[in-house]
Design a protein around this ligand. Structure first.
Ligand code: PXP
Length: 239
C-alpha cells in the first residue's frame, strides 16, 4: 500500500497570519491522522516562518508520527535528537525561497549529511534525503547510509499543470525509482503534487510514500467553504 504523508506547514502559515491560535495545528494534525493519513510532515525552517518549535514539541508529545523536514546543519540535528520525531527528511534550505526549490547538493555536503544520518539512525529515526531525480545522488544517498530518498517532483508537477510534455521527466522518475529499489532504498515522492500529478506518479511501482502539502490544504478550503458559509448564514439569521 502506498502511504500518504500530509505536510501541514500551511496550516501554520494561516494561523501565523493572525498571530493567534486558529486554525489549531495540533488539532488539524490529529484530524488528518483520523481521516486516514499515515504521517504528518512539518518543515522547521531556520526563520520559523510557519511551523514553530512549540508545534514540533506538541505534535511529537501527541504521539503523532512526524516526518521532520530540516536543513542539514548541527543546530537542526540537535533539535531532532532532542525531540526524536519518527522520521527525518533532510532538505536544502534558502532563507529567501518561497518553498524548497530543488533537491540537496549531496556531494557538497557529504560530511555533515553523513554525520546526521549516523546520529539519527543510532536513535532509530528513519532518514531520508530530498533529491532531484538523478542516479548520482541516489548512489550517494545509499553510500551515506540513508534509509530512504524522496524524489523532488516539482518539475513534473509544473509540466503537468502547464499542460506541457512531461513524459521524459516521468521516465526519469521511473528509472530513478527502479535504481533506488535495486539499491534497497525506500522511495518517496513530494513537491507540487495535485490530483493529476498523483494519478501519474501513483502508477509507478516502487514509490511507497507521497508527501503532499500545499494542494491538500488549498483544496480543503475549497471543499470546506460550503459548510462554513452555511453555518455562518444560520448563525446570523437566528435571533
Ligand atoms: N516534500 C518535501 C521534502 C518538501 O520540502 C515539500 C514542501 O515543503 C513537500 C514534500 C510538499 O510540497 P507541496 O507543499 O508542494 O505539496
Amino acid at each position: 500500500m502506498k502511504r500518504l504523508g500530509v505536510n501541514i506547514d500551511h496550516i501554520a502559515t494561516l494561523r501565523n497570519a493572525r498571530g493567534e491560535g486558529h486554525p489549531n495545528v495540533i488539532q488539524s494534525a490529529k484530524k488528518i491522522m483520523k481521516f486516514g493519513a499515515h504521517s504528518i510532515t512539518v518543515h522547521l525552517r531556520e526563520d520559523r516562518r510557519h511551523i514553530k518549535d512549540k508545534d514540533l514539541f506538541l505534535l511529537i508529545k501527541s504521539k503523532i508520527p512526524i516526518n521532520l523536514e530540516m536543513a542539514a546543519n548541527p543546530k537542526m540535528l540537535k533539535i531532532a535528537l532532542k525531540r526524536k520525531p519518527k522520521y527525518v527528511c533532510l532538505v536544502p534550505e534558502k532563507r529567501e525561497e518561497i518553498t524548497t526549490e530543488g533537491g540537496l547538493n549531496i556531494s557538497k555536503n557529504k560530511k555533515i549529511i553523513k554525520k546526521i544520518i549516523i546520529e539519527l539512525n543510532k536513535k532509530k529515526i528513519r532518514t531520508s534525503l530530498f533529491i532531484n531525480p538523478n542516479k548520482k545522488d541516489i548512489k550517494l544517498a545509499k553510500d551515506l547510509g540513508s534509509n530512504c530518498i524522496e524524489l523532488h517532483t516539482g518539475k513534473i508537477s509544473i509540466l503537468i499543470k502547464k499542460k506541457k510534455k512531461f513524459k521524459s521527466e516521468l521516465k526519469k522518475i521511473i528509472s530513478c525509482t527502479k535504481y533506488a529499489k535495486y539499491l534497497n532504498l525506500e522511495v518517496h515522492a513530494g513537491h507540487g503534487i495535485d490530483y493529476r500529478t498523483a494519478k501519474f506518479l501513483s502508477k509507478i511501482d516502487g514509490i511507497e510514500e507521497f508527501n503532499i502539502g500545499h494542494f491538500i490544504i488549498g483544496e480543503s478550503i475549497n471543499i470546506g467553504l460550503l459548510k462554513v458559509i452555511k453555518t455562518f448564514k444560520k448563525i446570523i439569521s437566528t435571533k
